[in-house]
Design a binder for this molecule. Structure first.
Ligand code: TXA
Ligand code: MG
Length: 342
């Protein structure tokens, strides 16, 4: 199959809709990352997503809808906390796990009785969904296990000849996938409900605490693998093994490693001249700048791009500097940990 690239603007919407209606898949940018999508209600179309991504069948897809009314059609909003999260945090890079209704096809949700829903924060995208009035299956446009793509070049690396169309032309502002959360009855007698954050990102624990009230307990739960099936797999990984280190000189290099990449922030780039000079005598070394710690969004946007660059350079090992682990930084560290081998 030949992959075409067209600009993503209002003129491209009819072509995109035509492909969807003929049960095909399309790649578009969102506010988070590039995604591959198909008509969610059509088994054959959804099968094409799993095939193109080489995605395990037990990793369910997110249902992308245009508005709250569409959520109610496909999922059960069971309590006031879930309703508040939908009203206050959508559209935004925020995804909620809800009980699914019968009309949600099993191929998209595996054997779960729940479904993930998200309203994307982009007018043109919501317009596409609203026009066809069907939800869209919407995973990242990478092959399973690889870093999520934030540029068309990254999509082409993984998806060339696997999808008919990529729409280009809108930057992925957040650079990392949406926050995924689930509301449950609390087992702690001090609270009525708990909100578990299964996949952290831009919407943090602190952001959620602001929109709910004090009887709701909000916490990160990104290690319970059964709760969010995707977290079971090694994720977001470039070809070379990633080591997360603080300080970066604290590394163990396998004997066969010759070409080492360091991913550092502006604040630490000049901190290790002696160590890097020494290493340079026995190895080839490349330093890649994540960005300044003062600009977290740029750091997030660049992480997967730097991983792609490491693939292009064919490095043997990638050392990433440890970053702070509070607020939004927590999510960036979550992604680096998941991509790392130790
Ligand atoms: O930002 C995003 O959310 C991007 C853009 C494209 O919208 N999408 C995305 O989709 O990251 P994907 O398929 O790469 O990740 C979906 C995550 C997986 O970890 C999956 O296991 C989890 O959501 N998930 C899906 N359905 C679930 C459910 N019913 N319960 C718990 N976790 C679920
Ligand atoms: Mg993904």
């Amino acid at each position: 199959m030949k992959t075409s690239i067209i600009p993503f603007d209002t003129a491209s919407i009819p072509t995109i809709i035509q492909l969807l209606e003929s049960w095909d898949v399309v790649v578009l940018p969102t506010e988070t990352i590039y995604w591959i999508f198909a008509d969610w209600t059509n088994e054959e179309a959804v099968r094409k997503i799993f095939f193109a991504k080489e995605r395990p069948a037990d990793n369910p897809l997110i249902l992308h809808v245009s508005d709250e009314k569409m959520i109610d059609q496909y999922a059960v909003v069971d309590n006031i906390v879930e309703r508040t999260l939908i009203e206050k945090l959508m559209p935004w890079p925020f995804t909620l796990v809800l009980l699914k209704r019968d009309k949600v096809p099993d191929i998209t949700t595996w054997s779960l009785d729940t479904v993930c829903v998200r309203i994307p924060d982009h007018h043109n995208l919501r317009e596409v969904i609203h026009k066809i009035w069907i939800p869209l299956a919407w995973p990242s446009a990478n092959r399973s296990g690889r870093p999520s793509p934030t540029t068309v070049a990254m999509v082409m690396n993984d998806m060339d000849d696997r999808v008919p169309l990529i729409a280009d032309g809108w930057s992925t502002l957040y650079g990392i996938e949406s926050t995924v959360a689930r509301v449950v009855e609390s087992t702690d007698p001090r609270y009525r409900y708990s909100i578990k954050i299964l996949r952290p990102w831009f919407i943090t624990k602190e952001d959620i605490e602001v929109v709910v009230w004090s009887e709701v307990n909000v916490y990160y739960d990104d290690i319970t693998v059964n709760e969010s099936p995707g977290t079971r797999y090694r994720h977001y990984s470039p070809a070379a093994p990633v080591q997360l280190r603080n300080p970066i000189s604290d590394i163990i290099l396998p004997a066969s490693s010759q070409y080492i990449a360091f991913i550092l922030t502006q604040e630490t780039i000049d901190k290790y001249p002696f160590f890097l000079d020494q290493l340079n005598q026995s190895h080839k070394v490349v330093i890649l700048l994540l960005w300044s710690r003062e600009n977290l969004l740029s750091c997030a946007q660049r992480l997967y791009q730097l991983y792609a660059q490491c693939d292009e350079l064919w490095v043997d090992a990638i050392i990433v500097e440890s970053l702070p682990e509070y607020g939004v930084w927590y999510a960036l560290m979550n992604r680096i940990r998941k991509s790392s081998t130790g």
